[in-house]
Design a protein around this ligand. Structure first.
Ligand code: TRP
Ligand code: ZN
Length: 503
């Protein structure tokens, strides 16, 4: 569901965008033919020698809404975050992030995205490197050139407390947030840089290790599998491994005192839920059917994409939930005991994102409807599964009426503005597009489309054009006019099969 009411002042830093969009030409190796040798008996030409020419990696990946996010010139395989939190009340911490990457060009320097903290040392391939900082751009200049295709490691050591991070996309604070009693991380789309140096764009997915040390009696929870808990006396270290490729904004570290609840879906997917200790029983109820949901969505979308799943509840009353990979996060307002049906829908929504958003990730933030509309429509699918087709139709009618009424506050699903990325156009309007597609191609084709799309792009990235191509391929229909009218037109398209029209 869309994050609601944390009111914070929002600053759109347009100047920075303009400053950072200039991409520099990528390195081209030059070939110099060797001087011909003096002919004796045999004349041979020596092979051309490669003269290594290196250039800085570009400071952005050219996202159409946020061109400065991420960096070019390298590809990260793995992050190891080693965080020692000395004071939970302020999140004062010492951090070491080790990045294992591969150069995709000859690099004289490269950028990471990282905000705040005092950086004490940066090592590249274990040798001290120079660095410069300018807002979220951290430019690292290693002692020698990093050759194209070669692996390299970067170790960044830092200390301090994560700063506040004003997202340019959404009117809430993103990243690592400290509250009275603990801390949590919600980073979509640009908060990851608030607690680790990162190539911050979903195009560069990587695996993660989290090693988090917290003072007693606190506990830490992160993405992936808890491999080890080490009792150091006054502190405890929690070691998590996330072995599936993950977009940077989905990385999360949460600190609190938890009640851990473990189970398994019937289909065998392990579930572990982290509740803040003492969370009332009725606030745990919305999660009771997660196992059933996992198995049902696995039938519809293809096997659950990761090793395990679970929910984590933040001990705070505000409205936000995020599909952090393998461990979705919910604030207490999202699982309101007075609205059990709505709460269960939020649980279904974040779970569906594990397929659409997490396993299949965006290649460009403008295509956010590929995440949000799919997760929203999955709420309808869960309603249909539990309460029947008529209830789904009712749900669609209500959604249609809502979009028609609130049309002015929404963007067409395929064209969200950069400063209101998560407006209802990409949730509700886009979910209607999926229902209309279902009626257009028939149930069998529709579910085949969802499965094929997931299967083809699992652990990778997709664009709107990729989804349309799958829909056309599977259904055998030409759908460009259909998708144009649903994704890019300013007018809400009709759903003739249900007698729904915008006027
Ligand atoms: N993707 C979230 C959802 O499930 C919404 C969201 C985007 C969000 N950015 C966020 C939630 C930051 C909390 C914090 O709809
Ligand atoms: Zn969502």
């Amino acid at each position: 569901m869309p994050p609601l009411k944390i009111s914070r002042f929002y600053i759109f830093i347009a100047i920075i965008l303009i400053l950072l969009t200039g991409c520099r030409a990528s390195a081209t190796p030059t070939f110099t033919a060797a001087a011909p040798t003096t002919p004796t008996t045999v004349v041979t030409e020596l092979p051309p020698t490669l003269e290594m020419k290196a250039e800085p990696g570009a400071p952005g990946l050219g996202d159409s809404l946020y061109p400065h996010l991420g960096n070019a010139g390298y590809d990260v395989q793995h992050y190891t975050l080693d965080l020692t939190v000395n004071d939970v009340a302020t999140s004062d911490l010492e951090g070491t992030t080790i990045i294992e990457a591969r150069a995709t060009q000859n690099l004289s320097s490269f950028n990471l995205d990282f905000i705040g903290f005092e950086i004490t040392t940066i090592l590249v391939n274990d040798k001290p490197a120079e660095f410069q900082r300018s807002w979220q751009e951290l430019t690292v200049t290693p002692p020698g050139v990093l050759a194209e295709n070669e692996p390299f490691t970067v170790e960044v050591q830092y200390q301090g407390s994560p700063g506040e991070m004003d997202s340019m996309a959404i009117q809430i604070q993103t990243g690592w947030i400290t509250f009275d009693g603990g801390s949590f991380v919600l980073s979509e789309p640009d908060g990851a840089a608030s607690f680790y140096p990162v190539n911050d764009h979903p195009l560069d997915k990587a695996t993660y290790t989290f090693r988090v040390t917290v003072p007693e009696p606190f506990e830490a929870a992160a993405n992936g599998v808890l491999k080890e808990t080490i009792d150091n006396g006054d502190t405890t270290t929690f070691l998590f491994e996330a072995r599936d490729p993950m977009a940077s904004y989905l990385a999360t570290v949460n600190i609190d005192e938890f009640d851990l609840e473990t189970s398994q879906s019937e289909g065998g997917v392990p579930i572990r839920n982290y509740y803040p200790s003492g969370l009332p029983e009725e606030m745990r109820k919305p999660f009771a059917r997660q196992g059933e949901m996992i198995d049902y969505f696995s039938d519809l979308f293809g096997d659950y994409p990761f090793e395990l799943y679970g929910a984590l509840v933040i001990d705070l009353e505000f409205g936000a939930a995020l599909e952090t990979q393998t461990l979705s996060i919910f604030s207490k307002a999202m699982i309101d005991a007075n609205q059990p049906e709505g709460s269960e829908q939020v649980v279904a929504h974040e779970l569906a994102h594990q397929w659409f958003g997490d396993s299949v990730s965006l290649a460009d933030w403008r295509d956010i409807w590929l995440n949000e509309s799919f997760a929203t429509y999955a709420q309808g699918l869960w309603t249909e599964h539990t309460r029947g087709r008529e209830e789904l139709d009712e749900w669609v009618r209500r959604l249609y009426a809502f979009v028609r009424e609130e049309r002015e506050s929404m963007s067409p699903p395929g064209e969200p503005p950069g400063d209101r990325l998560f407006n209802q156009g990409v949730y509700s309007w886009g979910a209607l597009c999926l229902h209309a597609l279902r009626l257009e191609v028939g149930d069998e084709n529709f579910f085949d489309i969802l499965k094929t799309y997931h299967e083809r792009f699992a652990d990778g990235n997709a664009r709107t054009a990729d989804f349309i191509a799958v829909a056309e391929e599977v259904s055998g229909k030409e759908l460009s006019a259909f998708f144009d009218s649903w994704l890019y037109s300013e007018e809400l398209a009709p759903i003739p099969g249900m007698g729904l029209e915008a006027k």
